[in-house]
Design a protein. Structure first.
Length: 119
């Protein structure tokens, strides 16, 4: 009877762990491939698009293990472009890219009831 209970407990634990894990998904949408990547806990870690030849393209969004947004990035056929945003605690950082080169960085921080910029 003890062995049966141990086996049932192990099967239940394996089933629970399997239910938590999600496999990364890749779905063809027109000329692009939409990727959704997951953490081991089942939360989405990143969402974005690839070109058919595997280059990052368009908007990519990153999340922490609790599902909180940490970054929004933009690519044009593998090159960093446009405005990127990074969130960390009470700080928002905006990084502007052109042809994968940083052109400017702005940082905002919440201090009490005020938002303070580095400008």
């Amino acid at each position: 009877m003890k062995k049966l209970l141990v086996i049932v407990a192990l099967v239940g634990a394996v089933s629970f762990v399997s239910a938590q894990e999600k496999k990364n998904t890749y779905v063809k949408e027109g000329n692009l491939i939409k990727a959704t990547l997951f953490y081991d806990n089942g939360q989405v870690s990143q969402e974005g698009y690839y070109t058919a030849d595997g280059k990052l393209h368009g908007e990519w969004v990153s999340y922490d293990t609790d599902g909180k947004k940490t970054a929004v990035a933009n690519y044009n056929e593998g090159k960093k472009t446009g405005k990127w945003f990074f969130w960390e605690d009470d700080t928002l950082r905006e990084v502007d890219y052109s042809q994968s080169r940083i052109t400017s960085v702005n940082t905002w921080k919440i201090e009490g009831e005020r938002v303070v910029s580095n400008d």
